[in-house]
Design a protein around this ligand. Structure first.
Ligand SMILES: [Fe+2]
Length: 194
């Protein structure tokens, strides 16, 4: 049975006036759960955007937040099994999300998630975001801004959107039971259960 590492989803495009200006997003306080330093920061979304998502997305959502990502995040597994990401600012035309086997080395799949698209990502598997459009004179250039959400009902989501994958994660913690350590966003080593 195939593993689907990523998939562009046909979900409603977010009206641009609903996501705040980059400077305003950056000026918001970092969420406590970020904990990963400069190149991975989480920010609260506005009430207007939250309401729009609740009204317009065809399924119930949880964990709605902005992720600010910059170059330098190592290969890692998220603590959530899957994410549905809307790319607000890509950080460059060639920024890729690549997936690896549990050895953290064997590349199995790679994708470019385009601005203005919704993408399912199997974030419980080893992945790496790379090839940012870095420019030391313009730090805004290689800045990646994602709206990240997750479905409340995982099995229904797979049934409706990823039917080709029959081995469906049962919960958000389902894929972190690898015997290998997890490398956090600042390079720290975590045991799968931490
Ligand atoms: Fe991640």
């Amino acid at each position: 049975m195939p593993i689907v590492y990523h998939k562009t989803l046909d979900l409603p495009k977010i009206p641009e006036h609903l996501y705040e200006k980059v400077e305003d997003i950056l000026a918001k306080p970092n969420q406590k759960s970020s904990g990963a330093g400069w190149n991975y920061i989480l920010k609260e979304i506005s009430l207007e955007l939250r309401n729009w998502l609740t009204e317009n997305m065809p399924f119930e959502l949880r964990a709605m937040k902005y992720c600010i990502i910059r170059s330098g995040i190592p290969h890692h597994k998220d603590f959530r099994t899957l994410a549905i990401n809307y790319v607000i600012k890509a950080g460059g035309p060639a920024v890729k999300t690549s997936f690896f086997l549990d050895d953290y080395k064997t590349l199995v799949d790679s994708t470019i998630c385009r601005e203005g698209t919704w993408n399912y990502l199997s974030t419980g598997r080893v992945h790496w975001v790379h090839d940012f459009d870095e420019d030391p004179t313009d730090p805004m250039k290689g800045l990646r801004i994602i709206l990240s959400v997750a479905p409340e009902n995982i099995s229904k989501f797979f049934e409706d959107y990823i039917p080709e994958q029959t081995d469906v994660p049962a919960s958000y913690g389902g894929y972190t039971k690898s015997p290998l350590p997890i490398i956090g966003a600042t390079g720290e080593i975590r045991t799968p259960d931490s």
